[in-house]
Design a protein around this ligand. Structure first.
Ligand code: NDP
Ligand code: 2IT
Length: 444
């Protein structure tokens, strides 16, 4: 479609050297063609041009002092992408690969994901190229304090509410929150994923991984299947991977492999999650240690080999573009029937084509991993009311939200004559609400 092609061409010209952002924008915009064709008013209002341009990007320097007394400088960012349906909401990522392109792709995805949750949250993303590996607790704390010393003036419980992502877990959120409170003199729900002793919500820690399995369960249930006895491969060994593994095992699946950025473990008897948790959550160790401790388990250096392990279900839960075309072909050869994205944009466009072309049920990230941010919104609701819900209550709400997301994306795909294309359904269902809110608010 001409309008969409023109918007994409402009975007690439205005923002060259942002390959991840181009990738996400292209995937989203091309799938919106059937909607845009039915709504000529979008072009008249330059709706797509506005939709792909962040409302605001904040970039700042983050100076800190390491344990040896040396001054270090990192780059900090917050991309405030779209506030049409609520305050900006989305995680902070600390990883050496962080740059504006990565954060803009994450921010754009977040806008549609947050819309899909059905809750009043806009989209944003931020972070830093800070590398946590090998840093002491004191260094991490000083870094977080410096990061927040700039960020605090741009966020607030009704403006922008950051949370965790890669490299940002409970420890980092605690340090960031402590500094925000000190600077602003306010104890509010300005960050989610807070500790349970200072305003956090039960289930937030587990929410992304549990939500991933809840939506997968719903997709399977509709096809007369369940997780019982299924072989599952999970990439990553962080927050999302660990709790996806926990819930999949609780529902009777056998998880046989996981990885970190150095290599993967294969345990044909089924991963012993308590060992992974002790290594990863307890000591921030390497997944390699699993094979040293569990008899019969194998460790292989390098990540891609994980996709050659035969399985019924594959859950990429580490990072963007970790599952490429060759990996998708291996998965199909190995008999995979379901791929659900726990990470953001882990599957390359070519790999998605291979999977969908082979009849694999493909659940895209913005639907499949929305449980984390949905539970963040539940944390915001509890903060606003100054009360706590029980684990069962939050978990039941999460389950209901994930089932509803599944129904909405399936329905959107069918409405536009592409039944079963859940990636397209997720883009359309997410976009419809954002577009209607943007149109209602005029040219802003
Ligand atoms: P964590 O930092 O807890 O874990 C990340 C895991 O992925 C680690 O095992 C890490 O290995 C691995 N990893 C990171 N980068 C790479 C890489 N380049 N190659 C191979 N492995 C890598 O992060 P989360 O579990 O929170 O996040 C994982 C994914 O899920 C991300 O895409 C994130 O955006 C997405 N997500 C997270 C949500 C949340 O609530 N936390 C919500 C929705 C999506 P190593 O330790 O070696 O670096
Ligand atoms: O990618 C994501 O949805 C997240 N990292 C969670 C964001 C949030 O605000 O909870």
């Amino acid at each position: 479609m001409q309008y969409i092609q023109a918007v994409l061409a402009d975007l690439k010209q205005n923002h060259p050297n942002e390959p991840e952002f181009h990738q996400a924008a292209e995937e989203i915009l091309l799938s919106l063609a059937p909607v845009v064709m039915q709504h000529p008013e979008y072009e008249a209002a330059a709706l797509l041009e506005r939709f792909v341009e962040p409302e605001r990007v904040v970039m700042f320097r983050v100076p800190w002092v390491d344990d040896a007394g040396k001054v270090r400088v990192n780059r900090g960012y917050r991309v405030q992408f779209n506030s049409a349906i609520g305050p900006y909401k989305g995680g902070l990522r600390f990883h050496p690969s962080v740059n504006l392109s990565v954060l803009k792709f994450l921010g754009l995805e977040q806008v549609l994901k947050n819309s899909l949750t059905g809750l009043p949250i806009g989209g944003g993303k931020g972070g830093s190229d800070f590398d946590l590996k090998g840093k002491s607790d004191g260094e991490v704390m000083r870094f977080c304090q410096s990061f927040m010393t700039e960020l605090f003036r741009h966020i607030g419980q009704d403006t922008d509410v950051p949370a965790g992502d890669i490299g940002v877990g409970g420890r980092e959120i605690g340090y960031l929150f402590g500094q925000y409170k000190r600077l602003q003199n306010e104890h509010t729900g300005v960050l989610t994923g807070r500790g349970l002793s200072y305003g956090g919500s039960l289930v937030r820690t587990e929410a992304t991984g549990y939500g991933l399995i809840y939506i997968l369960e719903e997709a399977m249930r509709r096809r007369g299947e369940g997780l019982q006895g299924k072989r599952v491969v999970i990439s990553g060994a962080g927050n999302v991977a660990i709790y996806a593994c926990e819930k999949a095992q609780a529902l009777g699946a056998k998880v046989v492999a996981m990885y970190d950025s150095d290599g993967f473990i294969y345990d044909k008897e089924g991963i012993r999650l308590e060992v992974v948790k002790e290594i990863k959550e307890g000591r921030r160790g390497r997944i390699k240690e699993y094979a040293e401790r569990v008899a019969g388990a194998e460790y292989h250096t390098g990540c891609r080999g994980i996709w050659g392990i035969p399985c019924d279900v594959a859950l990429p839960c580490a990072t963007q573009n970790e599952l490429d075309e060759a990996s998708a072909k291996l998965l199909v050869q190995g008999g995979v029937k379901y791929v659900a994205e726990g990470a953001n944009m882990p599957t390359t466009p070519k790999a998605i084509e291979v999977l969908q072309g082979s009849g694999v049920v493909f659940l895209p990230a913005k639907a499949a991993n929305a449980g984390g941010v949905a539970t963040s919104a539940l944390e915001m609701a509890q903060s606003g009311m100054r009360l706590y819900w029980s684990f069962e209550e939050v978990d039941a709400r999460l389950k209901k939200i994930m089932a509803e997301i599944y129904r909405n994306i399936e329905d959107a795909a069918s409405r536009y004559g592409k039944a079963g294309d859940l990636a397209l359904g997720a883009n359309i269902a997410g976009f419809e609400k954002v577009a209607s809110a943007m149109l209602a608010q005029g040219i802003v």
